[in-house]
Design a protein around this ligand. Structure first.
Ligand code: SF4
Length: 144
């Protein structure tokens, strides 16, 4: 059965059958503790609410540093996607993915808060040129 988990080091939220051994956000080992959807919603709200678009871009660049993925180098596309994410925050309260529709159930929609767990997307995994659903993140190129 799927449950919510929270990294006790950086508050990364994971939803799944079990949490990852290594947190994809802060790289802490075995750091996830079980949480519930109410706490997960609160964490997603206060960890992302107070930053502006440039800070958001810096945060996702830091997130992807030394990882197998990177922020898409297509700056125009990234800027459009970030605009959509912030519009969603204005209209729906959280930084939801700009390319997917809200179910209007905040607990279910937690899975759509950006950045989501795109490693599991068919558009990303097992593809040399994989990207997240929207293309905000792409698999890192050799020299990129
Ligand atoms: S698919 Fe990409 S843009 Fe959409 S939530 Fe996930 S990381 Fe963000």
């Amino acid at each position: 059965m799927k449950k919510f988990y929270r990294c006790h080091v950086c508050n990364d939220i994971h939803y799944g059958v079990k949490p990852p051994e290594i947190c994809p956000t802060c790289s802490a080992k075995n750091a996830y503790v079980e949480t519930n959807s109410d706490e997960a919603i609160k964490i997603c709200s206060y960890t992302t609410k107070s930053i502006n678009k440039q800070e958001f871009l810096k945060a996702i660049e830091a997130l992807s540093e030394n990882k197998e993925f990177q922020v898409n180098p297509d700056k125009e596309k990234v800027s459009m996607l970030i605009e959509g994410i912030f519009q969603n925050e204005k209209n729906h309260g959280l930084k939801y993915c700009p390319c997917r529709l809200s179910s209007k159930d905040p607990k279910k929609d937690l899975m759509l808060v950006c950045p989501c767990r795109f490693f599991i997307h068919e558009t990303y995994k097992n593809k040399p040129d994989g990207e997240c659903w929207c293309g905000l993140f792409i698999r890192r190129k050799e020299n990129g």
